[in-house]
Design a protein around this ligand. Structure first.
Ligand SMILES: Nc1ncnc2c1ncn2[C@@H]1O[C@H](COP(=O)(O)OP(=O)(O)OP(=O)(O)O)[C@@H](O)[C@H]1O
Ligand SMILES: [Mg+2]
Length: 287
């Protein structure tokens, strides 16, 4: 039975996300009028469709695309609405078996994306750091945060070869882009994003950005069920930590890769709260 939709329909500054009624069904419309944002949105929808065709597990729900409209400087995608719970509502109310099942589904998503081949990621990681450095030059606080960890990180990636299992990844696997059925038998995924490295490890880093560092929780509305949510996040984190280790990612490599992941937020961080999050999380990574 579908749950009551608890949906924070909003879009970031570049897009608008809204629920629309279409004859017999409710759909989600994601659209943009910003020329710089439209290509990103189109790529995201393409990636979503590719995953929809590829993933072979009916418990992983990826919205079907109903319609795309392109009209000069406007683009919109109309897609299936997933009537599930956001992570706050899910974690504050779910049973232990429901949480366990959801983790099992996430595990299967990662497994299905994990290929046999490995990729060396030192060059893309160093290139990413250079790119971030160029993007933050106009802000002194951002430059300062960047410089606090970049020397150590660059040295790390210059001297230690890091290989990861190759494979497709969601690209923005934070809990704000996942929804959960109350019984834990379905996990919905949307808001796919291009990534600088194609490895399911990237999704585990993004998951730990939430389960360990509480990024989406910081951004979410206030709730009275803090303890239950923290307990749920802890269980998710334990899973992600073990999975990274099973995939051969050492603790050192995790901290370096998570630091790059955090620095990637820096160019887009406009609120002091976000800058504080990045700064304190980098400290947490001991970078
Ligand atoms: N297909 C869907 N079914 C259910 N809820 C959805 C769906 N698509 C989006 N949502 C809801 O709308 C919110 C915003 O959508 P989405 O995550 O796609 O965009 P965004 O994070 O605002 O933008 P950006 O793509 O720039 O990161 C989601 O967090 C989710 O709550
Ligand atoms: Mg999102």
């Amino acid at each position: 039975m579908p749950q009551t939709p608890s949906i924070d329909i909003s879009g970031n500054s570049g897009c608008s996300v809204r629920l629309v009624r279409q004859s017999q069904r409710i759909a989600v419309e994601k659209s943009s009028q910003q020329p710089s944002y439209i290509p990103r949105l189109k790529t995201q929808i393409k990636k979503q469709q590719a995953f929809n065709n590829r993933i072979d597990d009916s418990r992983i729900c990826i919205p079907k695309l109903y319609e795309e409209i392109e009209d000069g400087a406007y683009y919109s995608a109309l897609m299936e609405f997933l009537p599930y719970l956001n992570f706050i509502d899910f974690l504050s109310s779910c049973s232990a078996p429901a949480l366990f099942q959801s983790i099992e589904i996430i595990n299967n998503f990662i497994c299905q994306n994990t290929g046999k081949a490995s990729i060396t990621i030192n060059r893309p990681a160093l290139a990413k750091l250079d790119e971030i450095e160029h993007k933050v030059t106009d802000s002194q606080p951002k430059t300062q945060i960047f410089q606090c960890s970049s020397m150590k990180l660059k040295r790390y990636f210059e001297h230690k070869e890091i290989t990861l299992r190759a494979g497709p990844c969601h690209g923005d696997f934070t809990l704000s882009n996942l929804v959960f059925s109350a019984t834990g038998d379905c996990v919905g995924l949307f808001d796919f994003l291009d990534s600088y490295i194609d490895s399911p490890v990237i999704d585990l880093l993004k998951l730990r950005q939430d389960s360990q560092l509480h990024w989406s929780f910081l951004k979410a509305r206030k709730t009275s069920s803090h303890i239950r949510i923290y307990q749920g996040l802890k269980k998710l984190d334990l899973f992600a930590q073990r999975k990274l280790s099973k995939l051969g990612v050492s603790e050192d490599a995790y901290r370096a890769l998570q630091a790059v992941n955090l620095l990637r937020i820096l160019p887009y961080a406009n609120e002091p709260e976000t800058l504080n999050f990045i700064q304190s999380s980098l400290k947490n990574m001991e970078i």
